[in-house]
Design a protein around this ligand. Sequence first.
Ligand code: HEC
Ligand SMILES: [Cu+2]
Length: 472
Amino acid sequence: MKNPVRFSATQGFLLIALLSCLSPIARADGSAAALPVIEETLVSAPNVPPAIHRNYPARVIVRLETREVVKEISDGVRYNFWTFNGSVPGPLMRVREGDTVELHLRNDPASHMSHNIDMHAVMGPGGGAAATVTPPGHESVFSFKAMRPGIFIYHCATPPVPMHIANGMYGLILVEPKQGLPKVDHEYYVVQGDFYTTEPYHTPGLSTFDMKKLLLEEPTYVLFNGRENSLTGANALTSKEGDKVRLFVGDAGPNLVSSFHIIGQIFDDVSVEGASLINHNVQTTLIPAGGATMIQLSTLVPGTYLLVDHSITRAFMQGALGQLVVTGAPNPTLYHKISSGPVSGEAKFAPAVPATISDPFVDGKRIFTQICSACHQADAMGLPGAFPPLAMSDFLNSDHQRAIGIVLHGLHGKITVNNTGYESVMPSFGNQLTDAEIAHVLTYVLNNFNNQGGIVTVENVKAIRNANAKTH
Ligand code: HEC
Ligand SMILES: [Cu+2]
């Protein structure tokens, strides 16, 4: 019998040529060694690497180092973070659909424990966690093919996993679709995370991780980019009138789901759950713990816009607050304040009880219960970190005139009451309360709650209201 498989010299040559052509794509070990190699440039949040303009796959080398660092979590409050590359979140990795990503994960020799990485862009055991367990002073290298486009969380997955995430070990990896993303004027990177400390919110000094609060899912801080005020003031995100902005927003948890919202902005396009479905005209988008999204918006009206988790306590009392500052000329067709000022004639906010009440103390108690106690509490003891006490308040007792001004015009900025600092906002009640009502409530407060007594008269209030009206 003839050998059924027999090649001529020419056929054999062709076969070898064909195999060697295919080999970069079809190698059995999957290492795609023939792809062009690109060293990923990493920058820290809220910045991101530039858009990808390639139309071919590459082998992208990403170098991360896990580091345990003590940094500020809020002004004057320090925390021992565990990080990728020293920052929370770790840098955003940007690759193209079809790329092979080669991750080099080093663990700082000064670390106290092993770390690894689970990337939600990976299809494979543990999202890479199984291949990257790295003790202090070691390095692990693993590669994966980024097969699906989208924006994905990465995080440390070393037990106890919630603790590694709660200490700041997370970031985002963007896998751009082959055709790229629509062009925008600015791109920013924000990751929300919840933090658990034994010390109450804003306790100066070093705060420590609290396992009990983690288990109860009762965070002390809920933060964008691992630090309160990381996106406010000089650090605010910026844009110009008419610009398009893309936000890559993640929620690392470990526990809370984010109701991400920008006050005064509607999102043009939101990639639902960071995937390929695009939703339009969204007010608030849900980001699950361990999820992310891409948001595109148009900044049409100049002003300062607040980024919040619209589980709003987290924004105003736990730190989940950022700013987007839009510069440009006012555009009255789109947004225009027409007027504000006192309404002529009778009181516009009719008091719930007629102001004919003869006893100022009864009236004062009514106003205190209806209005002041909402914040300062029924026992006037206030709430730590949020509302100062009116009970035994050295601040109140030392200056009645100032107290009248506070109720008339509100108060914000740093104050110290009974040796404790507060920095919050009290709204003004000058439009809502009459001079008599302000006199009554302050007199009531001054003569109750172990305060030092005293009387505030209608004339006192009138004088301060008029004095301020003149200077304004
Ligand atoms: C919406 C919450 C809120 C309400 C309602 C409110 N306050 Fe305040 N008040 C605050 C906050 C917050 C501060 C501290 C502001 C700061 O940190 O600068 C404050 C501060 C004060 C202070 C000075 C600090 C101190 O403890 O002595 C006085 C006095 C005061 N409020 C009186 C009143 C009175 C009287 C009423 C009712 C008419 C009232 N407040 C209603 C939130 C509120
Ligand atoms: Cu870790």
